[in-house]
Structures are given as structure tokens and as C-alpha cells.
Design a protein around this ligand. Structure first.
Ligand code: ZN
Length: 243
């Protein structure tokens, strides 16, 4: 999860990935630095990997830059259009941000979750929602995104939702059983894992005011060494003097 830094009050807010790539492992050597095998998590920040947050973006929004980055990559991979049927399973912040981005191009987006409070949030964004138990496994969805769950039951639900040759996008380590595996094979489903996205692109999107609505997604900043852990898992570290 990205870390926010402020290099003095006048220099604005910066985000970086929280770990420096080693620049020497096989993945770094092939340009896949996001998949570095030996990242340095405690070292100094490499200025070239830090992304400046536009001054129009306040810290409450900036805290979500990492999740907006991941949500953008998920939305990109979904390759959605006006007629695409998409179901997102979960009510974590990343899933809700992704739903907002997808709804801009695919009106037939819906969110299935177990938390009534978070489903109400979808009303504000005009996104359809219903309880996970009422999924209706009709095998007609083009894309299913599995958010912050990870149980075999949820993967089985995803497998029951998708049409042949659909896409299931997994954002957390997720177990699945033999029955779900059989469905994946028989329906020739593409299963993709997505862990992150471009901080640079996310910061640029947020600078234009075109980012998803992050308000009320459980953000909290704690100054000092410990950083902040919000309800949805957003981690923000800001030196005390910067607040
Ligand atoms: Zn490396």
C-alpha cells in the first residue's frame, strides 16, 4: 500500500509504493519492477519512483491513491462497454471505487455484498446492489470481480455467475474448490489476479477531479511513526510535523 510523504509544508504531498525495487533481480532486469523479488521496504525513497499529488487533492482523497490505481487497472482489464454485465463481490473500498469507474462505461454494473451499510453507499453513486445471498447464479455475467473475500464459497459464487469465456478478476488471495475449478475449465473462464496499478496514472486522474468518490470510505490519519489503518485497510504514514 502506498505511503504518503510531505517534504516540508511547501513541497506538497507525494505518494510512493512503500518499497524500492532492487533493480537487479530477474523481474527488475526485465522491466517488471512492480514484481521485484527483493524490494527494500525500509530504505530511502528514490525520487524517481515518488509521485506528486496535485495541490487540488486533499489528504483525505490522496490516501486512496493506491486503491484508485488498483481500481483503475481492474476497470481497464474488465474491458467493459455499454452492454457488459459486471458483478462485483464485496464492499471493501477498492471494490466500491472499481464499481464507480466501471459504471461510467457499463451501466449494468452491480455490487453484491453482505454489509447493508456499504450497499446503501452505492445508492449515492447510482450503482445497483443486492445481498450476496440473492446473487442468482444464472451464468450470464461477462465479468466478475472478487473483492476482499477469499473464501471458496465466494469463488463458487463467482464461478456460478459467469458465462462461458468470461473474466473473473481476483484482487486478494482467494481459495477455490474442485467444483469451481471444473466450471472455470468447462466455461473456459479467464481468471486474472490484480494487485496494484499505476500511482502516476491514479494521481493524474485525481488531479483532474475525475477520480472516483472516496468520501466516507473509512479513512483515518494518525500522525507519527505508526501510520494510520482505516476500516478499509488504507494505510497512511505522514510525519507529525507535516499535519
Ligand atoms: Zn528486483
Amino acid at each position: 500500500m502506498p505511503v504518503l510523504h510531505r517534504n516540508g509544508r511547501r513541497d506538497g504531498l507525494w505518494a510512493w509504493s512503500g518499497a524500492m525495487p532492487c533493480r537487479s533481480c530477474r523481474w527488475c532486469a526485465s522491466g517488471l519492477i512492480d514484481h521485484c523479488e527483493a524490494p527494500n521496504r525500509g530504505g530511502p525513497i528514490d525520487g524517481s519512483s515518488a509521485v506528486r499529488i496535485d495541490s487540488s487533492v486533499d489528504i483525505e482523497q490522496a490516501a486512496f491513491v493506491g486503491l484508485v490505481a488498483r481500481a483503475s487497472r481492474i476497470a481497464q482489464f474488465a474491458a467493459a462497454g455499454p452492454s457488459t454485465l459486471i458483478t462485483l463481490l464485496g464492499s471493501d473500498a477498492c471494490t466500491l471505487l472499481t464499481a464507480q469507474l466501471l459504471a461510467r462505461v457499463a451501466p449494468r454494473v452491480r455490487v453484491l455484498a453482505t454489509d447493508d451499510c456499504d450497499l446503501e453507499r452505492c445508492d449515492r453513486w447510482g450503482i445497483r446492489h443486492r445481498g450476496l445471498a440473492d446473487a442468482g447464479l444464472r451464468g450470464d455475467q461477462d465479468v466478475v470481480v472478487i473483492g476482499g473475500f477469499g473464501s471458496p464459497d465466494v469463488f463458487a459464487t463467482a464461478a456460478g455467475l459467469v458465462r462461458p469465456r468470461a473474466r473473473i478478476i481476483v484482487t486478494e488471495a482467494s481459495e477455490f474448490d474442485a467444483a469451481a475449478a471444473r466450471t472455470i475449465v468447462s466455461r473456459e473462464v479467464i481468471v486474472a489476479g490484480i494487485k496494484g496499478g499505476s500511482l502516476h496514472d491514479a494521481a493524474a486522474l485525481m488531479a483532474t477531479g475525475g477520480g472516483p468518490d472516496c468520501e466516507g470510505l473509512g479513512f483515518e490519519v494518525r500522525s507519527g511513526g505508526g501510520g494510520g489503518v482505516a476500516r478499509f485497510g488504507v494505510v497512511v504514514k505522514v510525519p507529525s510535523a507535516a499535519l
